[in-house]
Write a protein that binds this ligand. Structure first.
Ligand SMILES: Nc1nc2c(c(=O)[nH]1)N[C@H]1C(S)=C(S)[C@@H](COP(=O)(O)O)O[C@H]1N2
Ligand SMILES: [Mo]
Length: 322
């Protein structure tokens, strides 16, 4: 099941890129530049403070943008993050996306923004991201299958993007749609899932400072297997909420349908908040296997982001709204 690659399997090009990236961050942290204006050009606002404090071993810490990272959380390697993937449009094995997604054409790329917004509009990818300074965010990713990773994303806070679209007060949910193109996405030639892959968030979840649109990882453009050119990242929810290769963002009044809920409504809810107390019908969710580790670790409520997100669900029955 798990393919833990030995260092010898990692192409030297990737080792160089990754160690250079880490070295740069360590340099900035040690020089005390994190949190100072001098660091802003190199790293996004999002994780400067958390990096600095995490390096000092402060345990769970929160930064100004609301991110947390645990000091015992080591980044997964670029190799782990880009060769062990879920992306059923390119096959159902973990190694399929890396093998099969390389041909996907991610330029030109258009994202349609429609529904309950002041000005529905289609954006070329470059125009969509141009107004923003890319931020770095180190987030844990917990798959509903009970494995996890720690990933240094790069991208744009979802709420900053949404602000530009000017949703109407009647917009209560945001729905996201993946590209539908069976020519380029061989997995879509079989009805493994109801294509295209769709996901959604309640508006207040989408506006939470942790919700993120990733356009890169390890300081490089997003690899195709990770959802290029842009994908959603919601770190307190199971990984399947993180819809890849987004071509449409719709603002709607009703809770949108979501792919895994359509496939198996008893197993995958709309909310999909990481919750060690609510097991999947076929396995426990109380523990997880961090890719690269042998011993299982405890799964944390809301994937360790409870301080920041629990208030979104106050008064809700998290067993019913799983
Ligand atoms: N379009 C699309 N998005 C998707 C999926 C998919 O099959 N298709 N898989 C999801 C699941 S189950 C997980 S765990 C994450 C995995 O993201 P990663 O491969 O970048 O780690 O992507 C999510 N986004
Ligand atoms: Mo997943």
């Amino acid at each position: 099941m798990t393919i833990i690659r030995r260092p010898a399997d990692i192409p030297s090009s990737e080792i160089t890129a990754e160690s250079a990236y880490i070295a740069r961050r360590e340099f900035i942290a040690r020089a005390g530049l994190l949190g100072a204006a001098a660091g802003a050009g190199l790293l996004g606002i999002g994780c400067r403070a958390e990096d600095a404090r995490a390096e000092r071993g402060a345990g769970h810490v929160a930064d100004s943008a609301g991110g947390t990272v645990a000091s015992q959380d080591k980044l997964n390697s670029y190799e782990d993050i880009t060769s062990y993937n879920n992306y059923y449009e390119f096959g159902t094995d973990k190694s399929d996306p890396k093998d099969n997604a390389q041909q996907l054409r991610t330029r030109p790329w258009t994202v349609a923004v429609d529904g309950l917004v002041k000005k529905p509009k289609s954006y070329a990818f470059d125009d969509l991201v141009k107004p923003y300074k890319l931020e770095d965010r180190v987030y844990r990713l917990r798959c509903v299958e009970a494995w996890s990773m720690v990933i240094p994303w790069q991208g744009i806070p979802l709420r900053d993007m949404i602000a530009r679209f000017e949703p109407l007060p009647s917009a209560k949910f945001v729905a996201f749609t993946t590209l539908l193109d069976p020519q380029q996405m061989p997995g879509q030639r079989r009805r493994v899932l109801d294509w295209p892959y769709v996901e959604g968030l309640r508006m207040d979840e989408a506006m939470h400072p942790l919700a993120f649109i990733a356009t890169g990882l390890y300081g490089k453009p997003l690899p195709n297997q990770n959802g290029a050119p842009l994908r959603l990242v919601v770190p307190w929810k199971y990984g399947f909420k993180g819809v890849k290769a987004i071509v449409k963002i719709s603002f709607v009044a009703e809770q949108p349908r979501t792919t895994w809920n359509i496939a198996a409504p008893d197993e995958y809810g709309f909310y999909a908040n990481v919750n060690p107390e609510v097991d999947h019908p076929r396995w426990t969710q109380s523990r997880e296997r961090r890719i690269g580790e042998f011993r299982r670790r405890e799964t944390l409520m809301f994937n360790g982001y409870a301080d920041q997100v629990a208030s979104l669900y106050r008064g809700m029955d998290l067993r019913r709204n799983f």
